[in-house]
Structures are given as C-alpha cells and as structure tokens.
Design a protein around this ligand. Structure first.
Ligand code: ADP
Ligand code: X2W
Length: 260
C-alpha cells in the first residue's frame, strides 16, 4: 500500500533527454510531487549519449543482452556521459521546474556494494543495497536526488551499471515503489500491442520467443526481481505520459504491470 511516506523510485531512460517536451513534462510532475511533500528518487540512464560520445571518440561499442560491454578504456567517456552530462542536464531541467536537486551517482555515500558482474563485459557492475542513510537524508530535506548509474568498487574503480539495475537497487534500499519509464508505452506483444500485465511465467515465454529482447529484457527482469522481493507490482510505462504520473504513483495503471 503506498502512502505519502512511500518513496517513489522513478527511472527514466536516456531517450528522455532527446525530447525537450518530455523532459519538461516529467520534471514538472516530479518537482510538483516533491514540493507537495512526496519523496521521489529519480534514477537515470543515458544510453543514447554514451553511444554518441563513444562514436565521437572513435570507439566501437556493443551490447550483449541489453548490457553495454565496457572495456576500461571506454570508461572515461561512459562516466562523463552518465555521471556528468546526463546527470547535469536532468538536474538543470528539474531545477528549472522548481525542485531543489542533489545530483549524485551510485558511487556516493556508501549507497551500494558494487563489483564486476562478468569479466567478459569489462567494467559492467552488479550492485547490492548497502546503506540508505545518505539518500534518506536528502529525502528528509525535501530535496530531489537525481542518481546516475555509475558505481565504484571498494578499490575506487568506476563501474558502468545498467540504469534499470540501478533503479532496482535503490528501490530495494529504500523499500520504494518502483516505476520504470521508457520511450515505449510498456511491454509490447509480438503485434506491437501493449500488454497490461505480466507474471514470471509469461515473461519467460515472451523472452524465449524473442518478443521481449534487448533493453526491455533487462528492464522486465529488473522489474520482476523488485516485484517479487517487495510483493507488489512494478510498473513499466512511458515518460511521454508524464501528466499521468501522479495517477501512476497512486497505483493506477498506464503501462505494463509486472506482477510478483
Ligand atoms: N517486447 C518489447 N516491448 C517493448 N519494447 C521492447 C520489446 N522488446 C525490445 N524492446 C526494445 O526495448 C527498448 C526499451 O529498452 P531501453 O532501450 O533499454 O529503454 P530505456 O533506455 O528507456 O531504458 C524499446 O525502445 C524497444 O526497442
Ligand atoms: C551496463 C550498461 O548497459 N550500462 C548502460 C547505462 C546507461 C543506461 O542504462 O541507459 P538507458 O537507461 O538509457 O538504456 C549503458 O552504458 O548504456
């Protein structure tokens, strides 16, 4: 059951930054919620910008099952695009919408434990919740934390975490309500129709059929993990429906509900 004290963990994909109206609409909704006393954590990706910046620097990038293979020599660009430009562009839009923002990353304040996920993927990180003190302090001040998915090992090595996984770990950390917002209305079936609800068995079948693939596979698996752990549905929807976000936060549906 969500109350005003329930933390809303909103994840936005990088395509949001390519849409000035989408960005403005979403940030207005988020800022209004925060200023009305709602606790909101915004987690973001920036895959589009990473692609652009790697290419501009003559680097070839590939993804395996929706995860970017991240050789060490790519990391300065990846970190700059995600923890730098993307984070600050979002911070700018949220500030302009009237929120007091703290821009940070998974590497800050002991939030998560991070380690290399699979050496074949290079510096891709896997993360587990650690200490929510810093995030809870920011929220207690009525501020809006905007968190990039760059993490750090205890040895100070920077890691690239998929932003859906970043949202998952923060939702677990604060026992929040997770909403994953993308540039598609939700999970689509083989005919491109919106699926309003999915459970574990249905997801497995659609993944096996190749209907759920790439970034959506990572997203749906992240959503299922949180839904099962929290015993409540996780919503996969579009940031294009920002005006309906408040309704979404009340538990109404606009996209696909991933069921526990
Ligand atoms: N069954 C599916 N339904 C919707 N999108 C899908 C599906 N399978 C693959 N996709 C792809 O997944 C993308 C969303 O994942 P991703 O690109 O990682 O989004 P974001 O950057 O917003 O996190 C869609 O734009 C679409 O290209
Ligand atoms: C390991 C991995 O895949 N990292 C992602 C992090 C950004 C992200 O997830 O961005 P979107 O939400 O816009 O897709 C990447 O480098 O693209």
């Amino acid at each position: 059951m969500s109350t005003n004290e329930t933390v809303l963990v909103l994840k936005v994909g990088g395509a949001l930054m390519q849409s000035p109206e989408g960005l403005q609409g979403l940030m207005k909704t988020a800022a209004d919620m925060v200023n009305a006393g709602r606790k909101v954590v915004l987690v973001h990706g920036g895959g589009y910008l990473v692609d652009e910046q790697l290419a501009a620097n003559g680097m070839v990038s590939e993804k395996v099952d929706g995860l970017r293979v991240s050789p060490k020599e790519h990391m300065p660009i990846v970190v700059g695009a995600l923890a730098g430009t993307s984070n600050k562009v979002l911070q700018g839009a949220a500030t302009a919408a009237g929120a007091t923002v703290v821009g940070l990353s998974l590497a800050d304040g002991n939030l998560v434990d991070a380690s290399i996920k699979d050496p074949r993927l290079g510096m891709v990180g896997q993360v587990a919740p650690k200490d929510g003190t810093y995030l809870k302090f920011i929220l207690s001040q009525g501020w809006l934390p905007i968190v990039s998915s760059i993490a750090m090992t205890t040895d100070g090595e920077l890691l690239n975490v998929n932003a859906d996984d970043a949202a998952t770990v923060l939702a677990k950390l604060v026992h929040g309500q997770l909403i994953l917002l993308s540039d598609v209305p939700g999970v689509l079936d083989g005919n491109g129709e919106l699926l309003s609800s999915l459970n574990r068995a249905q997801i497995a079948e659609l993944v096996a059929q190749g209907v759920i693939a790439k970034g959506m596979k990572v997203k749906v698996e992240a959503a299922l993990e949180v839904a099962e752990q929290m015993g409540q549905p996780v919503q996969v929807a579009s940031w294009r429906d920002a005006a309906q976000l408040a309704a979404l936060a009340r538990g109404e549906h606009i996209g696909t509900q991933i069921q526990p």
